[in-house]
Design a protein. Structure first.
Length: 106
């Protein structure tokens, strides 16, 4: 299972963010104790003044090869659990993300 859902021309991705890490990297797709699936990401940026959120968006944009302007945090801006919205998504992007996340599935 992957943490992506389709929503009116956009994709929603469930994220768990660990700010202040030793390096910025995508750790993988995992589940929590409740069975919810999410993409676990660490960033070096501190969780202050939106720095960690900006680092998250930049990291995902590079990894997914999606323009920064299409990525937004739609929920959880001040929490570790977030929802990232990819605007203007289509079936091709969904297939690419599904394949990409399968390679990170733990």
């Amino acid at each position: 299972m992957i943490p992506v859902t389709v929503a009116c021309g956009a994709l929603r991705v469930a994220i768990k963010l660990k700010p202040g890490g030793s390096a910025s990297r995508i750790e993988g797709v995992t589940r929590d104790a409740a069975g919810d699936c999410y993409l676990y990401v660490k960033v070096r940026a501190a969780p202050e003044k939106g720095k960690a959120n900006a680092a998250l968006i930049a990291l995902l944009a590079r990894a997914w090869r999606v323009p920064l302007r299409r990525l937004h945090i739609s929920a959880g801006a001040t929490h570790r659990r977030k929802t990232v919205l990819i605007e203007g998504a289509d079936d091709q992007l969904l297939a690419q993300l599904t394949e990409w996340m399968a390679s990170y599935d733990n």
